[in-house]
Design a protein around this ligand. Sequence first.
Ligand SMILES: [Zn+2]
Length: 235
Amino acid sequence: MVGVSTSDVKSERRERIMKKPLNFILIGPPGCGKGTQAKLLADKFSLKYVGSGDILRGHIKINDFTGKKIANIINGGGLVPSFVIIKVFGEEIEKNKKQKVKGFVFDGWTRIIYEAILIDEALNWYELKNTKIILIKISAKESFDRLTKRRQCKNCKKLIPWIGKYKELKKCDACEGRLITRIDDNIKSIKKRLEEYKNQTSKSINYYKQQKRLIEINGEQPIEKVFKDILAKIK
Ligand SMILES: [Zn+2]
C-alpha cells in the first residue's frame, strides 16, 4: 500500500475547495475599484468575469438591433433598461454553461432593486449556487475624488487611478508620457452617476442586507488590502 503524505491530503483538500461552486456579485459606488477586485477574484478562483460594461460594449460592436439602441442610450447619458440588462445577463450565462464554467464573478448588474431580484431568479434558473455578495464601500467624497481626479497617459493611454501612491505620479509610470484628466469624466455626468447610486443602488444593497447576504468591505485601502479582506470574509 502506498502511504499518503500530508501534502497530498492538503492538495486534495485544496482541490475539493476549488471544485465547490462559487459565484460573486460585486457592488459599490463609482470608483470603488470593484472591477479590479472582480478580476482578482476571477483569477484566484478560476471563475468567469462577467462585467455589464464589457457585455454592453460587445453588443455595440456587433451593431445588431439591441447594440444600436444601447449605443444611442449610452451616448445620451441614459440608463440601459432593466429588460436588456437581464436579457444579456441570461445570454451570457447560457453561453458559458455549455463550456461548463465553474462559477462567475458578476460586476455591475444590480443597479436597481428590480435587477437584484431578477438576477436572483436568474441565478436560481441557471442553478448557480454559493453566491457571495460583496459591497466595496467608499464615501461619496472619495468616490467623487477618484472619478474627477483620475488621469490617463496621453501617450500609451494607461489609466492612473486616484488611489494611494498613484496620486503622486507626475508622469506615466509605464512610458513617462504626460498625464491628463480623462475627457469623459465630466462633472455633470459624474454627479448624475453618484446621484443614481445614492437613490437607486442603495435600495438593492438594502435588499441583500435585509436577507443577511451582504459582505461589506472597506474600499478605502490599498488594492491588495481590500482583496485580502474579501478573502478573509468569504471563508
Ligand atoms: Zn504611458
